[in-house]
Design a protein around this ligand. Sequence first.
Ligand code: SAM
Length: 394
Amino acid sequence: MGETREKKASKRSLKTCRNKMKMSSQSATTSDTAPDRASIPPMTVPPSLLPYDQSLVTIKATPERGLGLFAARRIREGTIVLAEVPTFRFVGDEEADGELDQLLRQGYDELPKKSRNSYLKLHNSKKAGFSKLKSIYFSNCYNLEPPRSVHGGSCVGITASRINHSCVPNVQFSFEAEAPTWLFQSLDSDSSGSEATASGTTHSDTTARPLGVMLFHAIKDIQAGKEIVSNYESAYLLAAGRQLKQQMYYGFICDCLACIGLKSGKQHWSCSDDRRCAMIMCRRRVDQAEGEWQSKARCLGSSHQNFEGGGATECGQVIATLERLADLLGKEGLRGVELANTYKELAKWSQRAGDHDAAKKWCLHERDTSIIAFGAWSRRVEEVDQRLDELDQV
Ligand SMILES: C[S@@+](CC[C@H](N)C(=O)[O-])C[C@H]1O[C@@H](n2cnc3c(N)ncnc32)[C@H](O)[C@@H]1O
């Protein structure tokens, strides 16, 4: 299963270096030929291509947040902090059709004893009217719906469940339905019940739905001893809105820098809500422009999205809004999926404006951000590469 993708990944890793070279040499000479591998300095190899190192993190108790995951040593941006085969994974229909209890019970019975015990020890928010298995599931599951993942449904991993929340996360969660064999080989097989799934399949059973792998990449450098935190919620909410949701769904109130703002004593974070408000406004403007663009395309009966119908001014305004959004996201420290998606939109609107050089530039930004947040061999980077190839052909 993994071999073809691994081969592709190693090809892409060379391409990564080539694009990085292109990026840094934009104002100088641009070479179309790939550099000799030997001439590439080791630092240009994306950290996420290095084998996954399980000793990077450790689980510790905290006074306010229960158990949490902590960096055992300094972790560089782009490193896989945690890779885990989920214990349970359900697609959207299974979650919705009321059979989840039965599926969970069936999957649970098939787990090795150690994994069953680990599952029962996970945090339980004691959700009213839910069985214990289901309440634990919904207290810890990661959503696989867009924009975080395109697979739909949700999943739970034993170690991933110990990651606490911050509105200013230092890791980005992603899910890969297929992962290279080197990654599976470096996973601890009994840490996640990887030999069994909710539907009784194994990840090596190619005829059944594979469990895939949950991944957490560092989106910034993390100092030794610092807590690993992911964002459970949308970034496009003000502190009060985020806290309402956290209280409703998880029973806690976040005290991250963005939430405490002024109380942090840091000028930068006292403006967090202002920045998030501006981010929400940008998002609304872009979403509205996208809706108008789509309906115009439908009216004109254009089968192609990139018809020359919008006008440079309209596209220019959307591009300026998206540039502002990218800047705000950077200032808020949100350098994961939100930033990658913003660069993707910048490339799309630049293409609509007929500016292929800008489209390529933003695509390369999306690629660099995606390598850090999702890994160089990820489906997301593969998709960006396809779009870059298409741009090259224009
Ligand atoms: C998925 S679990 C995370 C691991 C959990 N701390 C444990 O001991 O297993 C989610 C629960 O952790 C706690 N938690 C997570 N992030 C928190 C935060 N920023 N502040 C306070 N509690 C938090 C809440 O009780 C939440 O319902």
